[in-house]
Design a protein around this ligand. Structure first.
Ligand code: KG4
Ligand code: ZN
Length: 333
C-alpha cells in the first residue's frame, strides 16, 4: 500500500510518499520546505506570511515527493492530509490542495489529526511500539500525555494548562536573544553550561495529576535575564527544568498504568538530553520497559508521519466534507 502524506499545519510545507509492506513502513520520499529563515528574522511565525509561503511551495513539494519516490499518482492507494490543529490559513492550503488532488486522481482521502501524526513517526522504525503504551507529545504548540490501548484508541491523561514545552524553549530563547526555533539553540548553549547555576522552578512537578504548566518557568527566566548573564548556564538550567518535569510526569504515568511501552513525539523529542534522561529513569524503574523515539528528522513536522498514521486510519466517506479544524485536540477527538 502506498500513501502520499501532506502536512501544512504550521510553517512547514511537507509531503512524503510511504509504502507499507507486511508490517513494515518504508519512506520512499520525505520533502520538507520551511520558511524558518523568515521566522528567524522576525523571531517567530507570522501566520499570514507562513500561509503565503505555503501556497507557493505546496505544488512543487508534492511534485518533488512523487518524483523522488518514483511514484506516479495512479500508483497511490490514498492521500493523507493534516486537517488540524494548527494555523487556519496554513491548514487550508494543505486541506484544499489534498481535496482537489483526491478528486482529480480519484483517490481516497484520509484526514489526520496532526497530534496523532506526531506519535506515528514511531511506526516508521523497525521496532514499532505495541499496546498499551504511554505517549508523551512535546511540540511547539502541545504538551500532552496519553495512554494508547490500540490504533486510534487512547485515553487522554493530561496536558499543559498554558505554554507548551517547545513554546517555553522558544520564549526563553527569545528572552536570551537567541533565534527561532529556540529549542535547538538553548540545547546547543546548554552543552557548555552548568544546569545547577540557576535555581529555576519545576512547575506542577509534584502535582497528583498529569497536567503541565510552563509559563511560570518562562517568567522566572525573565527575572534572571540581565546584562552580562551567563547564557550557557541559564540555557542549561532552563533545559534541565523542562526535562525534569517531562520525565517525572511520564514516568509517573508509566508506573500508574503499569505499561511496558513508552513513546515520545514532537519537536522537543529531538532533544537528546530529554531522551537520555527518560531512558535512564525508565531503565532504573524496570529494564524491560521499551522507550520509542523517532529519529530527530521525524520529530519535527513532516509529511511522513501523516502518511504513517493513515495506514492505521479509515478514509473519509465524503472527501469534500473535510474541513480544516484549527482547534482539534487529542482531548476532544
Ligand atoms: O513538532 P514541531 O516541529 O512543531 C509543532 O507541531 O509545534 O515542534 C517545534 C518545537 C519548537 O518549539 C522547537 O523549539 C522545538 O520543537 N525543538 C526542540 C528541539 N528541536 C526542536 N526543543 C528542544 N530541543 C531540541 N533539540
Ligand atoms: Zn507538530
Amino acid at each position: 500500500m502506498i500513501i502520499l502524506g501532506i502536512e501544512t499545519s504550521c510553517d512547514e510545507t511537507a509531503a512524503a510518499v510511504l509504502e507499507k509492506k507486511g508490517g513494515c513502513i518504508q519512506i520512499l520520499s520525505n520533502i520538507v520546505a520551511s520558511s524558518s529563515e523568515l521566522q528567524s528574522k522576525y523571531g517567530g511565525i507570522i501566520p499570514e506570511q507562513a500561509a503565503r509561503e505555503q501556497i507557493k511551495a505546496i505544488v512543487p513539494v508534492i511534485q518533488e515527493a512523487l518524483e523522488q519516490a518514483k511514484t506516479k499518482p495512479d500508483q497511490l492507494d490514498a492521500i493523507a492530509i493534516t486537517f488540524g490543529p494548527g494555523l487556519i490559513g496554513s491548514l487550508l492550503v494543505g486541506v484544499e490542495t489534498a481535496k482537489t488532488l483526491a478528486q482529480i486522481w480519484q483517490k481516497p482521502l484520509i484526514p489526520i489529526n496532526h497530534l496523532l501524526g506526531h506519535f506515528y513517526a514511531n511506526w516508521i522504525t523497525p521496532q514499532q511500539p505495541s499496546f498499551p503504551c504511554i505517549g508523551l507529545l512535546v511540540s511547539g504548540g502541545h504538551t500532552d500525555l496519553v495512554l494508547f490501548t490500540d490504533h486510534g484508541k487512547y485515553q487522554y491523561l493530561g496536558g499543559t494548562r498554558d505554554d507548551a514545552a517547545g513554546e517555553c524553549f522558544d520564549k526563553c530563547a527569545r528572552l536570551l536573544g537567541l533565534s527561532y526555533p529556540g529549542g535547538p539553540e538553548i540545547s546547543k548553549l546548554a552543552e557548555k553550561g552548568d544546569a545547577n547555576a540557576f535555581s529555576l522552578p519545576r512547575p506542577m512537578m509534584g502535582s497528583k495529576d498529569f497536567d503541565f504548566s510552563f509559563s511560570g518557568l518562562k517568567t522566572a527566566v525573565s527575572h534572571e535575564v540581565k546584562e552580562g548573564v551567563n547564557k550557557f548556564d541559564l540555557s542549561a538550567s532552563i533545559e534541565a527544568a523542562i526535562i525534569d518535569v517531562l520525565v517525572e510526569k511520564t514516568v509517573t504515568a508509566v508506573q500508574k498504568y503499569k505499561v511496558e511501552q513508552v513513546m515520545i513525539a514532537g519537536g522537543v523529542a529531538a532533544n537528546q538530553k530529554l531522551v537520555r534522561k527518560l531512558q535512564d529513569t525508565i531503565t532504573k524503574l524496570q529494564t524491560k520497559i521499551k522507550l520509542h523515539v523517532p529519529p530527530p528528522s521525524l520529530c519535527t513536522d513532516n509529511g511522513a508521519m501523516i502518511a504513517a498514521t493513515a495506514f492505521f486510519t479509515n478514509p473519509t466517506k465524503d472527501p469534500l466534507k473535510i474541513e480544516a479544524n484549527p482547534n482539534l485536540s487529542l482531548e476532544s477527538s
